[in-house]
Design a protein around this ligand. Structure first.
Ligand code: PFF
Length: 498
């Protein structure tokens, strides 16, 4: 059946929800949310975070899924069908996830290595591993192969099937780890207090901005993924219900992750007689330095729990990375009319090649060196800042602007009403999407860039470099769009051949 066109898509609504939740639940939930919560006033921060999810994240998610679903095509075509002159919004939505994969795969490789260690009862050592270039490259390759196998399988037989198994598995593993940790005894209640006791005095403008940024990243918004997954759904999907389920699941997992991490760390600190706050409690260090020590101190059963924990982290990372690999693959499949397996392999090879310098740069930084730094940062931090602080909010903003202004709120309301929305709800949503959400995203963007250029109030030339690089990326993408893509066919889901 050479060159037979087929329409790809999710087979069921729940398959779509689990795949989208898989994209949303990632490292951001496990190492971003818990620490930000603890640092910004515990339950007080959680309340603000939930408000951000509800009023910004949820509405932006509706816009992204809606855009994909109405075009049944990749992000570029999704914007092009609205107006040819805004198709470049979609090109940004294709480029951002590609940039993210370069560093996310390296982190994925780290998680595979630590799961592997705990399986054999060993405790990983972050700096030794990070400094061993061949190991970093090998484990990044293993991680990418997991993702490649899933994406090569296609939407229904790869992404959907994998998500239907992996997401419940992730949830069960997380529950097991939480239950185990809550019964550790000593120090547990201090950990819970540190994490959740509300302290409204800690809520400042910067904590509100942290909550908004975290909501975006955690819900996989502004990275094309929800547009692409949305394009594989039809009218049988209830937008309101699906988006709510994805948001609730994502937030619940993030909350639970903190309930596993802080009680365990505080238990360890109490047993060792050291202040918990002296341990590294955030990001890379939390995950790959502090937690392995904590699990090791529990004895042989600690390694079992550690293995469960890292298996869960791998699942979270794989189900996220497949969503962004799918963004580039879908575009290549549709633009160049080539087979999925070849397109996906191409994306994986490019990602692998570019993840090598990122891995080397990160390893060097963790070992006190400065190989392959850009603007005073290792490449991972650089790419993370470019995407998180500048490009993702721009991309999310464009989705809301496209729905609220270019499609036009009236037309969008009509389409949403066709979707089973009550007229009043649709009208309220359309106003929020037109005025309120873009305004808040613009605020996040502006404060993000100001914070980059003037960290702690003083001018930083490196921050300016990062901001200008991000703008240069946007400018290049606009030029590429107008020269190459505006007047050529960029394809739809109907173009996938199999
Ligand atoms: N929502 C993801 C997370 O919280 O980790 C963000 C993400 C990052 C999605 C990287 C996909 C990805 F490859």
């Amino acid at each position: 059946m050479e060159n037979t066109k087929k329409k790809s898509g999710f087979a069921s609504g729940i398959g779509f929800v689990l795949a989208a939740a898989g994209s949303a639940v990632g490292l951001g939930n496990l190492w971003g949310f818990p620490f930000k919560t603890a640092e910004n006033g515990g339950a007080a921060f959680v309340i603000i975070y939930i408000a951000c999810v509800l009023f910004i994240g949820f509405l932006t998610m509706i816009c992204e899924i809606f855009l994909g679903r109405r075009s049944q095509a990749n992000p570029i075509t999704s914007f092009k069908v609205i107006n040819k002159n805004v198709g470049w919004f979609g090109l940004i939505a294709v480029a951002v996830p590609l940039i993210i994969t370069f560093y996310y795969s390296v982190l994925g490789g780290y998680t595979v290595k630590f799961a592997f260690n705990s399986f054999w009862g060993n405790t990983g050592n972050l700096t030794n591993f990070a400094g061993s270039e061949w190991q970093v490259i090998l484990f990044t390759a293993i991680f990418l192969i997991f993702a490649l196998i899933v994406v090569m399988g296609g939407v229904k037989d790869g992404i959907e099937k994998a998500s239907k198994v992996l997401m419940p598995a992730l949830f069960i593993l997380l529950l097991l780890v939480v239950i185990f940790v809550l019964f550790l005894g000593e120090g547990v209640s201090d950990g819970l207090k540190f994490y959740l006791v509300p302290d409204f005095s800690k809520i400042t403008l910067s904590s509100v901005l942290a909550a908004m940024g975290q909501a975006f990243y955690s819900l996989s918004l502004g990275m094309g993924a929800m547009i692409v997954y949305g394009s594989y759904t039809g009218k049988e999907i209830n937008l309101l219900k699906s988006a709510s389920m994805i948001c609730v699941f994502d937030t619940f997992v993030a909350l639970l992750a903190g309930m596993a991490i802080f009680p365990a760390v505080f238990h360890f600190a109490s047993v060792e007689g050291i202040p918990a706050e002296s341990l590294k409690l955030q990001g890379l260090m939390l995950m790959f330095e502090t937690l392995p020590k904590v699990f090791e101190s529990i004895g042989p059963i600690g390694h079992v729990i550690e293995f469960f924990f890292f298996a869960m982290v791998i699942i979270a990372a794989v189900t996220s990375v497949i969503s962004i690999m799918e963004v580039s693959s879908q575009f290549i499949i549709q633009k160049f009319k080539i087979k999925r397996k070849i397109a996906t392999l191409g994306v994986a090879v490019i990602t692998f090649a570019l993840s090598i310098p990122v891995g080397i740069s990160l390893g060097s930084m963790l070992n006190g060196g400065s190989i392959l730094q850009i603007f005073g940062m290792d490449m991972l931090s650089f790419l993370d800042t470019v995407t998180n602080t500048v490009l993702m909010p721009i991309c999310a903003l464009f989705s809301c602007v496209a729905v609220g202004w270019f499609i036009g709120s009236k037309k969008a309301i009509r389409e949403l009403c066709d979707d089973g929305f009550n007229q009043k709800v649709a009208t309220a949503l359309s106003y929020l999407i037109k005025y309120f959400v873009p305004l808040l995203i613009a605020v996040i963007e502006i404060f993000g860039v100001i914070g980059l250029i003037f960290p702690s109030g003083t001018f930083d030339v490196n921050g300016l470099g990062v901001a200008l690089t991000s703008l240069a990326i946007v400018a290049i993408l606009i030029v590429v769009y107008f020269i190459w893509l505006k007047n050529t066919n960029t394809g739809t889901n109907m173009d996938e051949i199999g």
